[in-house]
Design a protein around this ligand. Sequence first.
Ligand code: NAP
Length: 252
Amino acid sequence: MTSRIALITGATAGIGEATARLLAKNNFRLILCGRRGDRLKALQDELTSTTAVTTLTFDVTKRAQVSKAIQSLPPEWQDIDVLINNAGGAHGLDPIQNGSVDDWDAMIDVNVKGLLYISHAVIPIMVAKNRGHIVNLGSIAGREVYANGNVYCASKFAVDALSRAMRIDLNASAIKVTQVNPGLVETEFALVRFKGNKERASQPYKGLEPLRGDDIADLILFALTRPPHVVVADMVVFPVAQASATVVKREG
Ligand code: NAP
């Protein structure tokens, strides 16, 4: 069997980058996506000795860029088997009464509309062949609302609804849909949320051993390598020190 083609959004950092490295070692051909072209190029250079890699530099929140990027794929890359909807993040952590509308726009645009735009471009390819696998990065924030999480939580609740909806609507096409919902993972996530403030960004991970991008990549690979008749529909994963969105045991 030829190796599957996996398109990963948000492959320039964190969970997406770790997933790219792990899938490369496991015989997937990779389409790496993100806005930071220099990082995509560096990762492509690193992984090409292991597998075939191409890159697409675009912003998932820009509808025209998304469809142009997918249409620009050369024929040998068009037959996408796996879509990993990973690009996303949080912007700000403020009570709703003080929230920044720009932050709200950014989260809805990337976590909800970005996921929809790329899915709209890729799903027809899967439907045409009655096969494929979509992995959506949800979050514990899509299961529990926490103080000041308001719009980020809303955007991840939307991802949860869309993952369920995809599984139902794509049932007739035998397309697998998996949602992975992590708790605290140490990536660039907090740095983005706190707008580059390293001190604030280190706080969520203080006094505990958080998950790493590699831990999530491992679960994604597990879901992608089940037999054809098995779909892992939904996973929630925490570091051992975390019991819910708000219950976290910290040392010191
Ligand atoms: P990260 O290290 O900040 O990586 C986020 C990735 O998304 C980057 O590669 C970034 O690439 C890409 N991205 C962001 N905005 C984009 C845009 N407009 N267009 C294209 N790409 C964009 O964060 P992460 O922790 O790996 O997050 C990955 C996913 O996991 C997100 O959906 C996040 O919500 C979810 N998640 C994270 C955690 C956590 O604790 N870290 C927990 C639960 C869920 P560019 O900047 O190069 O575009």
